[in-house]
Design a protein around this ligand. Structure first.
Ligand code: ZN
Length: 78
């Protein structure tokens, strides 16, 4: 899968980076990490190139911001 220009320009692993207009949110999960903070994981799909992205938001030292999800182990077809 090749990424569109908007996805190529998206800066991963940096908090506070805005998405791009072709991203559509498909899922949001909020969960409390035991003895720690609450994290918010939002999943987006690019309507231009089909790339899947996850945005993680949490007040801890973990990875935050955008990360691209690969679908190698996910369902095939569609
Ligand atoms: Zn894209």
């Amino acid at each position: 899968m090749s990424l569109c220009a908007n996805c190529l320009a998206l800066i991963p692993d940096t908090p506070g980076v805005a998405g791009h207009p072709a991203l559509r949110i498909v899922d949001t999960q909020r969960r409390r990490i035991p003895r720690s903070v609450t994290e918010t994981l939002s999943t987006f799909r690019c309507t231009d190139c089909g790339a899947m992205w996850r945005y993680r938001e949490a007040k801890d030292d973990g990875p935050q911001g955008w990360a691209r999800l690969t679908t190698e182990t996910a369902s095939e077809g569609s």
